[in-house]
Write a protein that binds this ligand. Sequence first.
Ligand SMILES: NC(=O)c1ccc[n+]([C@@H]2O[C@H](COP(=O)([O-])OP(=O)(O)OC[C@H]3O[C@@H](n4cnc5c(N)ncnc54)[C@H](O)[C@@H]3O)[C@@H](O)[C@H]2O)c1
Ligand SMILES: *[C@@H]1O[C@H](CO)[C@@H](O)[C@H](O)[C@H]1NC(C)=O
Ligand SMILES: *[C@@H]1O[C@H](CO)[C@@H](O)[C@H](O)[C@H]1NC(C)=O
Length: 312
Amino acid sequence: MTENKKIAIVGSGLIGSSWASLFLSGGYKVVLYDVGEAQLQTSLKHVHDNLVKLDEKGLQRGVLTAEEAFRNVSTTTDLAEALRDAFYVQESTIETVEFHVKIFAEMDALAAPETILASSTSTIPASQFTEHLKNRERCLVVHPVNPPLFLPLTELVPAPWTSESTLHTATTLMTSIGQEPIRLNREVLGFGVNRLQFAIMAEAWRLVADDVLSPEDVDKIMSAGLGPRYAFNGPWATTHLNAFGIRDYWKRYGPGARRVLADFGPTPSFEEEHVIEKLERSLNASMPLDSLKTFMANREESLAKIAKLKKE
Ligand SMILES: NC(=O)c1ccc[n+]([C@@H]2O[C@H](COP(=O)([O-])OP(=O)(O)OC[C@H]3O[C@@H](n4cnc5c(N)ncnc54)[C@H](O)[C@@H]3O)[C@@H](O)[C@H]2O)c1
Ligand SMILES: *[C@@H]1O[C@H](CO)[C@@H](O)[C@H](O)[C@H]1NC(C)=O
Ligand SMILES: *[C@@H]1O[C@H](CO)[C@@H](O)[C@H](O)[C@H]1NC(C)=O
């Protein structure tokens, strides 16, 4: 793509250090920026651990070994130095509009005009923090899914003024490190991932609240049924394969789907105490809070195996 291989990571927490590892593994040079030296040292350790994990699981994003890739990372607490000569910046800091307005104004002033400024934000459309920037056409949201090392999906969400060439470079960059970018044509609340995710969670909540299913059985619908199927085919490919093509599917099942959807209750507040208690009791039993770290590590192992399988 471009001769310049320098990428700046602004905010080197969980997501920032995951991005750093993916870019390094893909052969880029990365500088981590954060507010303090202590945070940067911790992040470097996470980046190293991540690179080793990618190696161990055969999920490297290029030709470098973990140790080779790790030689291409540096750190700084000086934002100007971080952005100098970078062709792409991935901001991964704190999730507030006010802070995004502030950090994007600083980055817009410091970065060369053609440097792409991407935000990892899960919820804030770029139009809310880039409107008044001098070079707002080079800004967009590049939203990963946790854990990014093992879930390749990346949502690209342009503001109305994001340029085609910005989207093109971001897409090419993501593809070059083995991520799977998708592109929203316009900004919507929740982007794509959280709109689908919350639709599922709302019905999952109602099924437990109405005592139709236990929390365990709701989880099983996904883990033993819909989840594995969706791991390989999304809803459209699934419908296409579940009948003789998608047109046939909707002809057969459209009326039934309409009846089921008309039966849905209202959007939950997600605050009903008796539901929270029921869910908490169930999850306390299967995944006690004091061993959550172990379960998180297990989840990572499983996702890595699926990532490997899909790569093959
Ligand atoms: N955690 C997730 O599952 C997830 C998934 C997708 C996107 N995101 C988004 O990624 C972003 C980062 O999330 P995270 O989970 O990595 O959070 P985190 O708390 O792990 O990391 C935030 C980092 O920002 C740094 N920071 C704080 N103030 C700063 C400042 N003034 N300047 C520079 N850096 C500063 C912190 O030191 C920390 O390293 C958020 O916008 C979040 O919405 C998170
Ligand atoms: C990264 O490091 C490798 C070897 O350690 C080196 O060959 C390569 O040129 C470096 N990449 C960049 C972009 O500096
Ligand atoms: C779940 O466990 C936490 C702490 O481990 C405890 O505070 C909470 O009351 C438990 N909830 C239920 C409903 O059992």
